[in-house]
Design a protein around this ligand. Structure first.
Ligand SMILES: [Zn+2]
Ligand SMILES: [Zn+2]
Length: 313
């Protein structure tokens, strides 16, 4: 898949946020995630840009502060292995210029030069206890350095506030802290990220080619396709204005009754009905449909809190 396939036909923006589990980077428009894996403790994200440029973010949570010089050396050893003729110019300079005497540096830069060139930054964050290795690589020359200088200073190791930032294929949103990603499907035409935690379950989804999808009308698609995944669903849908978009808000319960077969006759018993709410909107600017569904004690509140943070176009 190329970056432009991933963009799914959406127009290029001046800035793209790539963020996974709160680790992220602000990238110039036209860049896109090509790989993402891992959880809050350890993970890897790669985004590709134009002109064979790549940004990679690796993170690992440790209890103790590691020596970033050692981590950088280990990392560069792997880079050297991957490219045998590599001449590495290792730079131990501190970015930001703040170093407490006798303390290990918590922000370190490195560079390497081979058939390509790389610019990197290592950060250790006392708050989230993650070590993040960010690297921008590309063809040899000033252009790669310039892009790296734009990207590296704005690498995020965690999200501030009560929610965690996500940015995937141009879809940006935040989910409350404590919700963990439990399942994901990342395709150019369909994105789905499932989160689970104490407040309940949240599913953020996005469909491409909205014009085709909604040929029979938004409401018809919503009832026949979107809500059809719910089993024994009872509820109500209302049309609302959602920012600059038309949205459908649904509230109800899933799995209201359980059929129990007794010897004498079949009867209905109240089952474990789960409260459900969803907010779905059509974004004509990006030709996409975006939906947030939630299950839990206050699903509408939960769905709303996530949906309000979505940047869809
Ligand atoms: Zn942090
Ligand atoms: Zn939109």
């Amino acid at each position: 898949m190329t970056a432009s396939d991933q963009a799914g036909g959406g127009r290029h923006r001046s800035r793209e946020l790539t963020a996974w589990q709160g680790v992220g980077a602000e990238l110039p428009g036209g860049w896109s995630i090509v790989q993402a894996s891992g959880g809050t403790d350890e993970g890897y994200v790669r985004s590709d840009g134009p002109d064979e440029m790549t940004v990679e973010l690796r993170w690992k949570r440790t209890r103790r502060q590691p020596s970033l010089e050692v981590v950088a050396e280990q990392y560069l050893k792997q880079v050297r292995k991957a490219s045998r003729k590599l001449k590495v110019e290792y730079e131990g300079a501190l970015a930001g210029g703040r170093r407490v005497p006798r303390e290990k540096p918590s922000d370190l830069r490195f560079e390497w030069l081979a058939d390509r060139q790389g610019h990197g930054r290592l950060i250790w964050c006392r708050e989230c206890r993650r070590t993040v290795i960010a690297q921008v690589s590309g063809p040899r020359g000033e252009a790669t350095r310039a892009v790296a200088e734009q990207i590296l200073p704005r690498v995020r190791d965690h999200s501030d506030g009560e929610s965690v930032e996500w940015g995937v294929y141009g879809l940006e949103f935040r989910v409350p802290k404590g919700l963990r990603l439990i399942r994901q499907r990342l395709m150019s035409g369909f994105l789905s990220l499932n989160f689970y935690g104490p407040p309940g379950r949240v599913i953020v989804e996005r469909w491409g080619l909205a014009e085709m999808l909604l040929e029979g009308g938004f409401l018809a698609w919503h009832d026949k396709e979107y809500l059809s995944e719910l089993k024994r669903f009872g509820g109500e849908t209302t049309a609302v204005e959602w920012g600059e978009h038309e949205a459908l808000v649904t509230e109800g319960r899933e799995g209201g009754f359980r059929r129990v077969r007794a010897l004498v006759k079949a009867f209905l018993l109240p089952g474990r009905a789960e409260r459900f709410a969803s907010i779905v909107w059509h974004c004509p600017d990006s030709n996409r449909v975006v939906g947030v569904r939630a299950f839990g004690r206050s699903p509408l509140e939960l769905a709303r809190s996530v949906a309000e943070t979505v940047r869809c176009h």
